[in-house]
Design a protein around this ligand. Structure first.
Ligand code: 48F
Length: 269
C-alpha cells in the first residue's frame, strides 16, 4: 500500500481533536500520572466514569521508573499484591511480605490498563491553575502545554470542567499549593495549610498513606505522596504498594460520591 503523509497527519489531528472535545467536561480530573494517579484513573474509568489524567512529562510513571536510586526495581508489600497480580506484573517474593517487581514492567502495565480502560490520558500537559467559581469551589482544571511553561512563553491556558479533582502530583502537591494561592488557607488539615512531609520512614509512611487519602478541599482529593505531604507524615522511598492502594482509595471515595455504576469495583479486568 502506498502511504500518504497527509493522511497520517490528518488521522492524528482528527483523533486527538475528538479526544480533546470529549474531555472538556468530565467527572474527574487527575493531576499527575505517577503510580497513584494512574491507579486512580484506571479504577474510575473501570467504574464507567469520564476521567482525564494529566501528566506534565512525556511519559507516565512519575517516580516509579527509577526504582530506588536508579536501580529499576521496586518493592511492594503483601497488601498491594492483588493489584499487581490483576495487571499480570511478575513479582518475586524476596523475603516474606516483601515483593520485588520490575519498575519498567509495572509502569507499562499501569499505563496500558489505564488507557485501555478508557482514561483520557494527556501527557505533556500541565495543570497550571484551577477553575474556581464565585463560591470558591473548584470546578475543574486549567491546562497548558508543558512546553509553554518550560520555554517560559506567554501563552494563555484553556479550561476543563470536572466534578472532582485528584492531586496526585507527588512530593510537590501542586493542586494543594494552587488552592492555597488562589483561595487561601482552606485545606482540610490541622493548620489549613500543607503540613509538609516528614523524613524517610517506610513503615510509618506506608501505614498512614491510605488514611491520608481523603478530601483536602471541597471535591478535591489527594492521592499518593501528595497525601502524606499535605497531612504532614513521612515519605517512604522506593516501596510502592501504598501509592497503588492510595490511588485505589481515592477512586473509591469519588466513585462513592458519584454513585457506583458497576455492580462491584474490583481491580480485575
Ligand atoms: O511523583 P509521582 O510518582 O507521585 P506518586 O504517584 O508516587 C510517588 C512515588 O513516585 C515516590 C514515592 C513513593 O514511593 O515517594 O516519589 O504520588 O508522580 C507525580 C507525577 O505528577 C506530575 C509529575 O510530572 C509526576 O509524573 N505532575 C506534577 N505536577 C503536575 C504534574 C502538574 N501540575 N500537571 C501535570 N502533571
Amino acid at each position: 500500500m502506498k502511504l500518504n503523509d497527509l493522511t497520517i497527519s490528518k488521522a492524528i489531528i482528527e483523533e486527538y481533536r475528538k479526544k480533546l472535545l470529549d474531555s472538556l467536561s468530565v467527572d474527574v480530573c487527575i493531576v499527575g500520572g505517577g503510580p497513584a494517579g494512574m491507579m486512580a484513573s484506571y479504577m474510575i474509568a473501570k467504574a464507567g466514569y469520564k476521567v482525564n489524567l494529566y501528566e506534565r512529562k512525556l511519559s507516565l510513571g512519575g517516580g516509579m521508573w527509577g526504582g530506588g536510586m536508579m536501580f529499576n526495581k521496586i518493592v511492594l508489600q503483601e497488601e498491594s499484591k492483588a493489584i499487581l497480580d490483576a495487571f499480570n506484573v511478575k513479582l518475586t517474593e524476596y523475603e516474606k511480605g516483601y515483593y520485588v517487581a520490575d519498575s519498567i514492567a509495572t509502569v507499562g502495565a499501569l499505563a496500558y490498563n489505564a488507557s485501555n480502560a478508557g482514561v483520557n490520558v494527556f501527557n505533556l500537559i500541565s495543570v497550571e491553575d484551577l477553575k474556581v467559581n464565585r463560591a470558591n469551589e473548584v470546578e475543574g482544571a486549567v491546562i497548558n502545554w508543558s512546553s509553554v511553561g518550560l520555554a517560559n512563553l506567554h501563552v494563555d491556558p484553556i479550561t476543563v470542567g470536572s466534578k472532582f479533582l485528584i492531586d496526585a502530583t507527588g512530593h510537590a502537591c501542586e493542586v494543594a499549593n494552587i488552592i492555597l494561592k488562589r483561595i487561601g488557607k482552606v485545606l482540610y488539615t490541622d493548620n489549613n495549610e500543607i503540613m509538609g512531609e516528614g523524613s524517610m520512614n517506610a513503615d510509618r509512611a506506608e501505614s498512614v498513606i491510605v488514611g491520608n487519602t481523603k478530601e483536602i478541599y471541597k471535591n478535591v482529593y489527594a492521592a499518593g505522596m501528595s497525601a502524606n505531604a499535605i497531612f504532614g507524615t513521612n515519605r517512604m522511598g522506593p516501596i510502592f504498594g501504598g501509592m497503588l492502594l492510595s490511588g485505589k482509595k481515592a477512586a473509591e471515595l469519588i466513585i462513592d460520591r458519584l454513585g457506583a455504576r458497576t455492580e462491584s469495583l474490583t481491580v480485575n479486568q
